[in-house]
Design a protein around this ligand. Structure first.
Ligand code: MN
Length: 745
């Protein structure tokens, strides 16, 4: 490749380089504030002063080189200023604000954008991943100039890669091949793309690269003679036919030859079309005139004619391509295009700004790949509306406004809808990850589940085998439909145990309102028609359906009544039993009307009831009543330490009364439990998450540490001992839990 000799090892003089840059800017003819550009250069030179490039030159030479490439690309003044300053946030003490104060927010935003891209950790991945990573870079950039300067930066780094270690050469080249060359291609910047590819190839496959350059060198005389011959022939014919055109010919770039050799599994001698001809004309219709002439002069190779003028490539590329057989049977490709099309092909979107003045404006791209490239059309449209100087300011990249790209800890890029949260991320990896999620970290910090993910975030999900599973709130937090669907599925399937328990309670309570007992309704004759009609197989399914809300408890209770009434005479006894039971229940209910806080005290009614604070009994516990002095009856659990002590004291013998729980209880009861666990971070959060997931009514929560053991005391409001047992069971499955116990003292 030309221009590739190693840089001389004498340090470069940045001031001199900068003066060359100024000359180049002046030569473009675009009015620019050179004093502002100079100020940027001097600032960069001063703040980078302690740094040296690997070749020994002052670091700022790299900044001037990047600015120089930006001028070649035809970028605007802000871009050139930003290119000079592109490493000041990354490498020096300067921050966004410092740059903004002196050069405006536009420049500061670009510099910060370049810095962000620089910080993205890159690891080689399969194609789909790379595509997402490229999209993420675009989305992160927000302003297209960030990408263009990043490409200029990379181009210069590749040009000076010889000074790096072999490892760095390989990793940077791979990154360039997989990220930056495709980005340049996407932006239509052929020239940058070719150079990036060729320079990367040189480090990725030095032998393959050398094989091609050596072969080309040995063929060079022949190739040049061939090209001259063809060029003259074509030129003479065009002149004769009065077609004004300029002909260029070149050897194809090395990586394209390399790829062809690899794809066709041939040596370089098997590649015939090493040369490419370009015929550049003024008007679009002339392209087709030239095509006709070429096809008249040479025999076209069938299937190789492509009209990218009527159907431009998605990156705006336009040309007519054909391959023909030249003298001695050697095929060669001819690309025919107008000057406008040529500039677009060389510089991509940059060309639309660079050559806008005096150009007739380009045609809107009609791409078949509507969604993917809609943004390029938007770029073109915005260009038509705005004047040249404003062009880049309108090039905000908003094509990915409804998407966000984040990293997994392994470096995979995950594409989520904008506004997505760690919950969406977890479910996008796998349902199991979502269902077992117990916490999330973004960029190494713990975040709440409703944290809104940003482009480039590294997201890590903490999971636990004993995680309680999603909570219903997650449905409001999840942004993606697929995450919500998975959460709903979980509630339907995985949470059966709880649904069964809840459904059973609901049905039991509904029946009780009707004076019926659930146990007596579980007669095969009553239950099986109901199950059959609902398409269920067992009673637990029915409870689960009620618990999940698939069927109401009232409906099932009414069905049960109907079925019981409709029982055949031989089953009549069951119904008799039923009414007997109902009667018993009525008597009981009357009696229980006298219950206070769900407690029946033998021989006493409407007495003052107090639940002892030491053992906080709940319905279902074995209890004893103790007549206190002036404070009514105090209710203890029988296994309470205080209770045991009171019982053992003979003086108290006359003060004990028989107490029992009423069968209908509407109150809730406050009780306290203690959770002991190996002390670790996130323990309290895990406990809170589990409690939340089972909809526990938490009255209080306190944590302290006791010689390496975390002690968490939780005050809960429950209906009965069964509910409490269920909650305690769930808590004991949290990792690191030593015990979950009720307080007895
Ligand atoms: Mn740089």
């Amino acid at each position: 490749m030309e221009n590739q000799e190693k840089q001389v090892n004498t340090p470069l003089d940045p001031d001199q380089m900068f003066e060359e840059l100024v000359k180049k800017i002046k030569a473009t003819g675009h009015p620019m504030n050179l004093e502002r550009i100079r100020e940027a250069y001097e600032l960069a030179r001063d703040v980078h002063a302690p740094q040296k490039r690997k070749d020994g030159s002052p670091y700022v030479t790299h900044c001037v080189a990047a600015a120089d490439i930006s001028v070649d690309m035809g970028l605007d003044e802000d871009s050139i200023v930003a290119a000079l300053l592109h490493d000041v946030i990354e490498d020096t003490d300067m921050v966004h604000e410092d740059v903004a104060k002196r050069f405006g927010t536009a420049v500061a935003d670009i510099v910060e954008g370049v810095t962000k891209l620089t910080r993205v950790q890159y690891t080689s991945k399969e194609d789909e991943q790379m595509e997402n990573l490229r999209k993420m870079l675009m989305a992160m950039a927000k302003d297209i100039r960030v990408i263009l300067i990043k490409i200029a930066d990379r181009l210069h780094n590749m040009r000076t890669m010889d000074y790096q270690t072999p490892e760095k050469q390989r990793s940077k080249s791979l990154e360039t091949m997989e990220i930056y060359a495709p980005l340049a291609h996407r932006l239509g910047m052929q020239r940058a793309k070719w150079e990036l590819e060729d320079r990367s190839l040189q480090y990725l496959d030095p032998a393959g690269y050398k094989e091609i350059t050596d072969a080309l060198e040995s063929k060079m005389q022949d190739l040049e003679a061939f090209m001259d011959n063809m060029k003259n022939k074509i030129q003479a014919r065009l002149d004769h036919d009065n077609v004004k055109a300029t002909i260029f010919c070149r050897i194809k770039h090395i990586y394209s030859i390399y790829r062809k050799m690899y794809a066709q599994k041939v040596s370089i001698d098997g590649i015939f079309d090493l040369c490419a001809f370009r015929v550049i004309v003024d008007e679009t219709h002339s392209c087709y005139d030239v095509l006709g002439i070429i096809h008249d002069m040479f025999k076209p190779v069938p299937g190789r004619f492509k009209d990218y003028i009527s159907t431009p490539k998605p990156n705006m590329y336009q040309s007519v391509h054909t391959t023909v057989i030249g003298s001695e049977g050697i095929p060669f490709e001819v690309q025919i295009r107008t000057w406008d099309m040529h500039h677009t092909a060389e510089y991509g979107i940059a060309a639309h700004w660079k050559y806008k003045m005096g150009a007739r404006g380009s045609q809107v791209v009609h791409s078949g790949d509507e969604d993917k490239f809609a943004w390029i059309r938007r770029l073109l449209e915005s260009q038509q509306e705005s004047d040249a100087q404003d062009f880049f300011h309108n090039l905000k990249i908003d094509m990915f406004a409804d998407e966000v790209f984040v990293f997994s800890p392994k470096g995979d890029v995950i594409n989520l809808p904008a506004g997505a949260t760690p919950i969406d991320f977890a479910y996008s990896i796998h349902s199991d990850i979502g269902n077992r999620m117990v916490g999330a970290k973004v960029n190494g910090r713990i975040v709440t589940y409703d944290y809104v993910l940003k482009n480039g975030d590294i997201v890590e999900i903490r999971t636990s085998k004993s995680a309680p599973g999603p909570s219903r709130d997650w449905l409001n937090v999840a942004k993606s439909g697929s995450a919500r669907t998975k959460i709903k599925q979980w509630f339907k399937k995985e949470r059966r145990e709880e649904n069964v328990m809840r459904g059973r309670d609901m049905l039991e309570s509904e029946l009780r309102h009707n004076g019926l007992a659930l146990d007596e309704m579980l007669d095969e004759a009553i239950i099986s028609p109901i199950l059959k009609r609902l398409g269920l197989t067992q009673v637990d399914d029915l409870y689960a359906a009620i618990g999940y809300g698939g069927v109401t408890a009232t409906r099932v209770a009414n069905r049960m009544k109907d079925e019981a009434k409709a029982l055949k005479p031989e089953k009549r006894s069951a119904l008799d039993k039923l009414s007997e039971a109902a009667e018993r229940r009525e008597i009981q209910a009357k009696k229980e009307g006298k219950a206070v806080h769900g407690i029946l005290v033998e021989g006493l009614s409407n007495c003052l009831i107090k639940f002892s604070r030491c053992c906080t009994p709940v319905p279902g516990d074995d209890i004893a009543g103790f007549i206190t002095r002036g404070q009514g009856v105090s209710i203890h659990r029988r296994d309470c330490a205080n209770c045991q002590q009171l019982l053992s004291n003979a003086e108290n013998d006359g003060r004990w009364v028989q107490v029992s729980w009423a069968s209908v209880i509407t109150d809730s009861y406050v009780t306290t439990i203690t959770v002991a666990a190996k002390d670790r971070s996130g323990l309290v959060m895990d406990i809170a998450t589990v409690l939340n997931s089972v909809n526990a009514k938490v009255r209080s929560m306190a944590a302290h540490e006791l010689s390496g053991t975390g002690i968490v005391t939780v005050g809960l409001e429950v209906k009965n001992a069964a509910e409490l047992k269920y909650i305690m069971g769930k808590l004991s499955s949290i990792p690191g839990i030593i015990s979950v116990s009720r307080n007895r003292k």
